[in-house]
Design a protein around this ligand. Sequence first.
Ligand SMILES: Cc1cc2nc3c(=O)[nH]c(=O)nc-3n(C[C@H](O)[C@H](O)[C@H](O)COP(=O)(O)OP(=O)(O)OC[C@H]3O[C@@H](n4cnc5c(N)ncnc54)[C@H](O)[C@@H]3O)c2cc1C
Length: 300
Amino acid sequence: MPDAWLASYPGVREHEPLARHSWYRIGGRARYFLELADDAALPKLLARLDRDQQPYLVIGAATNSLFAAAELPGLTIKLVTRRLSIAGDVVSVSAGYLMPKLAAETAKAGRAGLEFGAGVPGTVGGSIFGNAGAFGGEVKSSLISADVIDRQGRRHTMTADECAFGYRDSVFKTAREGWAIVSARFRTTSEAPRVVRARLLEVQTHRRATQPIEQRSLGSTFKNPPGEAAGRLIDACGLKGTRIGGAQISVKHANFIVNLGGATADDVLALMAEMRHRVFERFGIELEPEVRVIGRAPGG
Ligand SMILES: Cc1cc2nc3c(=O)[nH]c(=O)nc-3n(C[C@H](O)[C@H](O)[C@H](O)COP(=O)(O)OP(=O)(O)OC[C@H]3O[C@@H](n4cnc5c(N)ncnc54)[C@H](O)[C@@H]3O)c2cc1C
């Protein structure tokens, strides 16, 4: 058995239900699953997986991932590393650190520039992967560099330029797919903690007013087409409140699909297909998913 070593690797669990780790509470199983609070062993682990041609996936808080496979093959690695240090302008943080906590801790220390993180419920790693942004701020504007591990287990430090950020896009989605982001450095500026905190609270207030944050979702389902808002297009098609199984297009924000309880990946994918179809039919615009659909939906 080429993967027997995986079953006995320290901390690995077999057939782990992914719904448990998904912000959406949706998902099949992971054939092998490992939660890492310490990433020191990651280079060797990735090298071994590569040598054995075992597929793997690195995830953070799974606030942008729809687990759509009945069973995800290979190893799913969840990073829950929680290192943070602040030295002058530079904030160093591990990939598993949560963005809202990063925003809160830097505000407390009087460091400005990461307040937008209060609107992004995922981890630093997931946010670099997708160049997350909210209310005017984005990862691209303040990232200095990211430490990453390639498929052969080699470490690299990549500058923001090398990450090739675009709108909800980075090189990690294309040419560097499968590279694990382990830590990052952000540039901040100095400002009175109460001023930074006030901006952070503004982000939270605006979020609460515009997004269904009291319900389970993956945030924006589709990217905004150039010069347009995906939510406006979907709303104009009269789709708010449309329901398939346990999934519903939010009545508060048409670009959010909420899990009313018991939604399946198929329910969400069917709603996404309907949204794309209706918007294309009416406006001739093809919506591009912002959420990551991982694996294949059972039966489709
Ligand atoms: C209510 C709500 C509101 C949201 N609002 C926003 C918003 O305003 N702006 C915004 O940009 N996003 C928003 N999101 C989406 C989401 O929070 C972000 O995309 C976030 O950056 C994802 O981080 P994560 O840790 O959850 O990533 P995951 O969902 O765990 O992973 C996302 C992708 O990144 C990859 N990945 C994760 N960690 C790593 C790593 N360490 N190394 C390499 N690859 C990795 C995964 O393989 C996957 O392909 C929202 C989500 C919710 C639920």
